[in-house]
Ligand binder design. Sequence first.
Ligand code: MEV
Length: 330
Amino acid sequence: MNKIKVSTPGKLMLFGDHSVVYNRPCIVASVDQRFEVVVEKIKGKEMVVQAPGVGIYDYRKDLNKLGETRITKELRFVEVVVREFYSKRTFGGIKIKTKNHFSSEHGFGSSAAVTVGLSKALFELKGIKISNKKLFDFCYKVVLDVQGVGSGFDVAAALYGGVLYFVTGGRKIEKIKVPNFLTSESSEPSYIVVGYTGIKADTPTLVRQVAELKRHDPEKIEKCFDEITKIVKKAKISLEKKDWKRAGELMNENQVKLEELGVSSVELDNLIKAAREAGAYGAKLSGAGGGDCMLAVVNKKTKDKVEKAIEDAGGEVMRVKLGAEGAKIE
Ligand code: MEV
């Protein structure tokens, strides 16, 4: 095999944002906005990258110089994956082409998606059989290397897909069965509506902000994380039972805790308030906070009203399907 194409889904955090960085569980769902990577063996000892989504059209680097020269900001994840892969294996020149079906602005997790897609493609091309857990560990190491912080929940979503109960660093990765998951095309009476604030969240900065808060008052913040953990566990049961009303109420409870952590924003608060007032069972921010997206659980009767309310409040409704398939060879 000389060429391979792998696609990976994006993600949305449903419950347990931030506390999952501290040995606690979260619930994450993959979304059908996919990322594609094509890797091709080429002659010579060069890595060629074409990533038009981030404005890179023909980037070249000598594979013997990986890790020696400055890393291009837009290609940090690509370069560290390649560096890690080549550090233990011999392999020839490669050409990497990436394509985003979603904007990296929305917080659907393009860094994890590229890391997982490229890593899976390289192992496949080299003919190395690797378990999903080992591939997770490889990718999580790359993400930590580049970002310095993070639970790895986005890596798990890109790799496994579906809806996952996930504990920090992949200590637990359990698929939750949510049939016909909450999409506007499902036969279920309820859905999750996703509203984008128009603002790109800066995850590492927000994670460090919470770390700083925890350093000042560890007892208070640990207690807050423990309360979020209780919410996450209840949410898992409510999703398994398809008790969407309860899932919405638990989103409201989770949002209160995220506000205590100081990670919500005026824009998020406005969209969340608008969704609740329009009849959503509940709503919360999704991810690091400070921007990106919010979620609301609605039913057939309230869906259109909630979507309109989110738009009237300045948000953009993202029509995504949750629970998409994990990394796959196309
Ligand atoms: C960011 O999307 C979610 C956080 O929980 C960070 C992480 O889990 O890596 C804030």
